[in-house]
Design a protein around this ligand. Structure first.
Ligand code: AMP
Length: 629
């Protein structure tokens, strides 16, 4: 029986169009299908809505899109851009990058991120929702009807938390997000590649601030991402910056005291981008630059050749990720059936030439590269609305599936929204010495602890050989077939013993239950993170305590072949002190203290571990020739 997924909010009888949204790092777009043809919904200022928001000190949204972008340099601390980089990430994840942003990031409870504007703090989800709301309003004004349902695209490498965050941003903007679609998949859909023969497709996406390359396999209308690669800080903006530097150095040559104000920098940036765009249009070999706003008579011509010389090293940086992506996908350029261009920067003739060279074929560039992903999202939306019948509806898992690991934690194996059929294998190890059986408990849900999720099935894998903790390896495979039936398979790799159960994940879960579980996973996220940290710290501490106690016991019983001289050099007393200290802390709930004492015990046991390693190595080599080793 096929798995029928009625996603949250997609109630029977809903009316109105479903729009497709490309929520980009630099620009966003909204599209819909009109009588079978996908179209971008344009505003008065064109098709693109820059993903930029300006806020005042008190929480009011002052501008979104082009008008916000104009303010970016003048009101830098009040203007938020590139928020997509922060979606679904912790403060720790983005600490390194925060220096590159002109607005202030502050850590919130439990490692979450807040963006401070004036007196107000915002989550990345809220800020993204302002861009989505702008797109929703644009669509409503154009279609002259309420728009409440959407398909939104995300990069193929987005993890579950990032997809989740994108979906939540949609909800905040008053949109039911019926499907999250991978950007390269949407691009391939826009070109109708799913309807051609099965094949392998490279999607080269070079935008304003990011570069992504994805290799997809299309088989029977199902898209599989074989590999992704790229550079999250590489794009047309880098070329603009180089042009700006050139202009400023030339202006300073004429007027050495010239230091641009933020307003002047903004003007120079705009002229740099216009110059690049002008020279990328067919037949334009030279562009005149004139910057009257800076108060210095700076006028000059720049040729396509000059631009290409400046841009070459930026563009060349996309080559290696492409080669790596091909290698990871285990295909060669020759194996590819199609290459698709996405992103505004692929309009540059030099970029097209490089793509042609790397992939040994002319890429598809018939559609506007900024619009391709949104058009594909609109096609997917139309499929969901039941209008397009000849495209196979790709099914997804509505909730994550995983197994219970130590401390009652959920280890997700198949994240929600994964297209089915799918097969994923993860390897787990035993926790205790001589453990001969492993209980496999299968759960469904988004929370960190299994007791908050839904139990689907359990079975025991017996007959594991008695081995030290961590030595036995159990491979757990989740396979969901096209009918939505989940099979769970566990196999111990040393002995090959295996066990299997069949589970029906969709049975009995109503829309309301899915909705409630998703809502709770958002509300409980900070509590979950804290609890997860605690369990992890305690579990790791127990593991180290067990291992240290075992070695100390062997040492006491003289079972370790370490010479007396070496033993004298080891400070066993300090190991014992550190062991007691960690054991005491492990009984408390003080996570920083447990982590600190864990590290201290690790340091204290280092010399001992070193000697044991040397001793066992010597033992293993005794009586063996070099060739036998
Ligand atoms: P995207 O992120 O896909 O919206 O692409 C934005 C980037 O594309 C910006 O760096 C733009 O300057 C660049 N771009 C747009 N049109 C052109 C063009 N005709 N030639 C070169 N770059 C362009």
């Amino acid at each position: 029986m096929p798995l029928e997924i009625q996603l949250p909010g997609q109630t029977n009888g809903s009316t109105g169009r479903i729009v497709g949204i490309d929520l980009g790092t630099t620009n966003s777009l909204v599209a819909y299908v009109d009588h079978g043809v996908a179209k971008i919904i344009e505003g008065a200022d064109g098709p693109l809505v820059p993903s930029v928001v300006t806020l005042d000190d008190y929480g009011a949204v002052m501008a979104v899109g082009n008008s916000a972008r104009e303010r970016a340099m003048v009101e830098a601390s009040h203007t938020v851009y590139s928020v997509k980089r922060l979606m679904g990430k912790s403060f720790q994840d983005v600490k390194k990058e925060s220096g590159m942003l002109s607005y202030r990031l502050v850590p919130a409870d439990e490692g979450l991120i807040r963006i401070q504007i004036g007196t107000k703090l915002y989550t990345p989800i809220e800020l993204s929702s302002f861009v989505l709301l702008e797109l929703k309003k644009r669509a409503e004004a154009y279609l002259e009807e309420p728009v409440t349902r959407a398909v939104i695209t995300v990069p193929a490498y987005f993890n579950d938390a990032q997809r989740h965050a994108t979906k939540d941003a949609g909800r905040l903007a008053g949109l039911d997000v019926l499907r999250i679609v991978n950007e390269p998949t949407a691009a391939a859909l826009a070109y109708g590649l799913d309807r051609k023969n099965d094949g392998t497709v490279a999607v080269y996406d070079f935008g304003g601030g990011t570069f992504d390359i994805s290799i997809l396999k299309i088989k029977n209308g199902i898209f599989e991402v074989l590999s992704t690669n790229g550079d999250t800080y590489l794009g047309g903006d880098d070329i603009d910056r180089r042009l700006m530097e050139l202009f400023i150095s030339q202006i300073q040559h004429m007027a050495p005291a010239f230091t641009p104000t933020p307003e002047q920098l903004q003007k120079i940036r705009r002229v740099a981008e216009q110059t690049k765009v002008g020279l990328s249009s067919a037949g334009h070999m030279v562009v005149e630059i004139n910057l009257p706003e800076i108060g210095i008579a700076y006028r000059r011509n720049i040729t396509l050749q000059e631009l290409e010389r400046i841009a070459k090293s930026v563009i060349e940086r996309t080559r290696k990720p492409c080669e790596d992506a091909l290698r990871d996908a285990k295909v060669t350029a020759e194996d590819l059936d199609e290459v698709v261009l996405v992103g505004g920067s692929t309009r540059m003739p030099m970029v097209k030439a490089l793509v042609h060279e790397i992939f040994e074929r002319a890429p598809h560039d018939e559609l506007n590269p900024e619009e391709t992903v949104a058009l594909g999202a609109a096609i997917q939306a139309d499929v969901l609305a039941g209008q397009t019948k000849d495209v196979l509806l790709l099914d997804v898992t509505p909730l994550s599936l995983g197994i219970e690991t130590m401390g009652g934690m959920m280890s997700t194996i198949i994240p929600r929204n994964t297209t089915i059929p799918t097969k994923v294998t993860e390897t787990y190890t035993t926790f205790a010495d001589n453990q001969t059986g492993v209980e496999v408990n299968v759960f469904q849900g988004e929370r960190d602890f299994v007791h908050d999720n839904r139990h689907l099935a359990s079975f025991t894998l017996k007959g594991i050989p008695p081995l030290p903790a961590g030595a036995a390896k159990v491979e757990v495979t989740f396979l969901i077939d096209a009918d939505g039936i989940l099979q769970v398979h566990a196999r111990e790799t040393h002995t090959g013993i295996e066990q299997e159960v069949e589970v029906k994940p969709s049975n009995g879960l109503t829309d309301e239950e899915i909705e409630r579980m998703l809502r709770e996973s958002i509300e409980q996220a900070p509590a979950d993170i804290a609890a997860r940290r605690m369990v992890e710290a305690k579990t790791e501490a127990q593991r180290l305590l067990g291992a240290t106690e075992k070695v100390l016991g062997q040492l006491r019983r003289g079972q370790l072949s370490i010479s007396a001289a070496k033993l004298k050099q080891i400070d066993v007393a300090s190991v014992i002190d550190a062991l007691y200290a960690l054991r005491r802390a492990a009984n408390s709930n003080d996570v920083p203290e447990i982590v600190k004492l864990h590290e201290a015990l690790e340091r204290a046991t280092e010399p001992l571990a070193h000697e044991i390693m040397n001793a066992s190595l010597a033992e293993a080599l005794t009586g063996k020739t070099v060739e036998q080793v």
